[in-house]
Ligand binder design. Structure first.
Ligand SMILES: [Zn+2]
Length: 192
């Protein structure tokens, strides 16, 4: 009996270490009637609490799961929605508190959207430049924010391979905006 219990305990421990997305997250990822996901808005009290939360990192075994690819596919459709188009989106904006962002690479040919797992800005230029910003989660506000024009980004790709990259210009600004979302920060926090 004791050995059996230990076995159950070990199995439970293993399951909790590798299980990945929670059932609440799965409900959002597979939920809704349309491919486009609902974008959380600061105009809604409950949404606002989520948008102000800190997101958790993704684990290696999560990125090979169907939940992850479905989430990426739907986030992409959401940010490219012609009715409410964006240049970047962070997972917390669709209610998933995980460190995942999609950024449109204006610094690459064809300006493709790319996904970045557990992104981190490890260095940035001290010189700040003001530029107009808006957010899919902040209705009707568009204003100037001062951002660094050159960052060093560390992230994992969808095979969970680590990368480090220097990014400049408008694309660097998008990264700063999106990564702020992962720490519950919004561009309006910078407005005077
Ligand atoms: Zn935003």
């Amino acid at each position: 009996m004791k050995r059996f219990l230990i076995h159950i305990f070990a199995m439970t421990l293993l399951a909790s270490c590798t299980k990945g997305f929670t059932s609440a997250e799965r409900e959002i990822i597979y939920g809704g009637e349309k491919e486009i996901m609902r974008v959380l808005s600061i105009a809604n009290k409950q949404d606002s609490l989520t948008l102000r939360s800190t997101s958790k990192p993704l684990k290696r075994d999560m990125v090979s799961q169907d939940e992850f690819s479905t989430l990426c596919r739907r986030m992409l459709t959401t940010v490219q929605n012609p009715e409410n188009e964006g240049v970047g989106i962070a997972a917390p904006q669709v209610g998933i508190l995980r460190r995942l962002v999609a950024v449109q690479r204006f610094d690459k040919e064809g300006k493709p959207f790319e996904f970045f797992i557990n992104p981190e800005i490890v260095a940035k230029d001290d010189t700040l430049v003001a530029g107009g910003e808006g957010c899919l989660s902040v209705p009707e506000i568009y204003d100037d924010v001062e951002r660094s024009q050159r960052i060093t980004l560390r992230y994992y790709d969808s095979s969970f391979t680590p990368h480090e990259e220097v990014i400049e210009g408008f694309t660097a600004v998008i990264f700063q905006h999106e990564i702020d979302h992962l720490d519950g920060k919004l561009f309006i926090d910078y407005l005077k």
